[in-house]
Design a protein around this ligand. Structure first.
Ligand SMILES: Nc1ncnc2c1ncn2[C@@H]1O[C@H](COP(=O)(O)OP(=O)(O)OP(=O)(O)O)[C@@H](O)[C@H]1O
Ligand SMILES: [Mg+2]
Length: 498
């Protein structure tokens, strides 16, 4: 039987100028599913990295399986069966599925030549344990986020995991992929007694999977206990210190003149069939559907990265050709992808630079030199509007917590003030309090005349922010739903219907 017991007591950790953890306690029990919740920047990832030996704690004790560790070296953690799957998975995109799962082991055995047949077999076995079948020789970069996740789990199993820690594993997964992941977690818990520590911002999900709950706020543990002691309201209150009311979006779109965007019969090979819809200035239109429904493909078609084979696109009544990202940008269309942690940020560059990189041309002064005052003004404005939690925008983006990095990507796009903003999973990885703020901001931008197309399968998000929701299945829009005519249960049911 696996032994995953782990006790952390009185953990402190500071980074230059930031106190990330303050007197944190955490107990992990054998074969139990633990959930760690808290707002963006409250210290969850830092705590995980301390357990994994990536960061050295400033104070506190760590006992793993009854043994006290003065320092934890990453190797100690691995030897004790602790495996961490980070927000970015740490896989090698340019290696195949099989290589990612098994290469470590092959190399560890000290062979001079890699036995490729062996690599294949190891990888196949590991995937069989979680009952998934993936093309072993395909490159990991070609895999969906969900599959990357499964590959990371298979890899962890090969390294004799007894405790698997997952930092926001579901943030970029669809409803169905989440179900599949949960079933893998339950299987591993039942059959192999593996314990889990799971970080997520989706409270319904946390309440569903956890047996033990740990709540953090501002670098401290606020409470912990059995799942049965918690509900949504308690979690929100403990995380944020306030209660959050649900509000819907009531805004009259500008119906004078032609619509901002009109899509007429667009088709894309194996992905989109006869898509028709309109979006007016001031409108927030949701697009939802399962993986493969065409929701992301629709965004890519409008952003010029998926070739269209027929149909027309009009902006403000004028037909436009969008065959490349440049065309999209020239027509005032912006796109924030869902896979934001691995796409789009220059991690070693400053927060500020990442925010203004798109608009730097526009801010150039008369001497065609960038006016630092204007640039800094813009940076400060966006850092404060999006409440990016940092002590200094000159610090590199990698010093931000995951949720705050997401905000930098959003800020960059919003700063460029597109006419039509396509947001794919706009609040993925964002905590509940901030989610609410981002929703308010989206409504604010819409009320100032921007059009927003929001791709999401977060049902409360769709209901609270959209004027209309387009439901997609198999590459077609099958229904247009008004939030006031439905509710969470009905929309969830429709979403997973085939
Ligand atoms: N390497 C670093 N250098 C400086 N500050 C850091 C570093 N890593 C984290 N921090 C800071 O420590 C605090 C806690 O960050 P952490 O990443 O642990 O938050 P989190 O709870 O995981 O948030 P999220 O939900 O957004 O991922 C934040 O204020 C963050 O900016
Ligand atoms: Mg984090």
């Amino acid at each position: 039987m696996a032994d995953a017991s782990l006790q952390l007591t009185g953990i402190y950790k500071s980074f230059t100028g930031v106190r990330a953890l303050q007197d944190v306690d955490l107990t992990i029990e054998d074969s139990n599913i633990h959930c760690l919740v808290g707002e963006n920047g409250c210290g969850k990832s830092t705590l995980i990295k301390i357990i994994a030996g990536v960061y050295e704690r400033d104070a506190g004790t760590v006992v793993i399986k009854g043994k006290e560790y003065e320092h934890i070296h990453p190797i100690d953690a691995i030897r004790e069966g602790i495996q961490v799957i980070y927000q970015d998975f740490s896989l090698f995109p340019n290696l195949t599925v099989a290589e990612n799962i098994a290469l470590n082991e092959e190399l560890a055995e000290g062979r001079r030549l890699v036995n490729w047949r062996h690599v294949q077999r190891i990888a196949k076995d590991a995937l069989a344990q979680i009952e998934v079948d993936l093309p072993l020789n395909d490159l990991v970069e070609e895999m969906s986020v969900a599959n990357k996740q499964l590959i990371a789990i298979a890899k962890a199993l090969r390294q004799n995991a007894e405790l698997i820690i997952m930092d926001e594993p579901t943030s970029a997964l669809t409803e169905r992929e989440i179900r599949a992941l949960f079933s893998v977690i339950h299987k591993l818990q039942e059959r192999r007694g593996i314990a889990f520590l799971f970080v997520s911002h989706k409270l319904n999900e946390v309440l569903e999977i956890s047996e033990t709950m740990i709540v953090m706020r501002n670098g401290k543990t606020v409470s912990s206990g059995s799942r049965s002691e918690y509900d949504n309201a308690r979690l929100v209150f403990e995380m944020t210190g306030q209660t959050i009311a649900v509000k819907s979006y009531e805004f009259e779109a500008d119906t004078s003149g032609p619509p901002l965007l009109k899509v007429e019969g667009i088709r894309a090979k194996h992905a989109l069939y006869d898509i028709d819809f309109e979006l007016r200035r001031g409108e927030i239109v949701g697009v939802t559907g399962l993986l493969g429904s065409g929701r992301t493909e629709l965004a890519l078609a409008l952003y010029g990265t998926l070739p269209i084979e027929g149909g027309h696109i009009y902006m403000d009544g004028k037909q436009v050709q969008i065959k490349s990202i440049q065309h999209a940008i020239a027509n005032g269309i912006g796109y924030v992808p869902e896979d934001r942690l691995t796409e789009g940020l220059f991690l070693d560059q400053s927060i500020g630079r990442n925010v203004v990189v798109r608009i730097i041309d526009r801010l150039r002064g008369t001497l065609s030199l960038t006016d630092p005052k204007k640039v800094n003004g813009q940076i400060d404005q966006w850092v404060s509007t999006l409440r990016i939690k940092t002590s200094d925008p000159d610090l590199p983006v990698k010093t931000l917590s995951g949720g705050n990095q997401q905000r930098v990507v959003l800020a960059r796009w919003l700063a460029s003030k597109p006419r039509l903003m396509i947001l794919n999973g706009p609040t993925v990885g964002v905590d509940i309090g901030s989610k609410d703020e981002l929703h308010d901001m989206m409504k604010q931008l819409a009320s100032e005349g921007m059009g927003l197309l929001v791709i999401s399968d977060d049902i409360p998000e769709l209901l609270q922010t959209c004027n209309r929701i387009l439901l997609m299945r198999h590459g077609r829009i099958v229904e247009e739903i008004r939030p006031q005519d439905t509710d969470e249960n009905e929309l969830s049911a429709k979403l997973i219907e085939e």
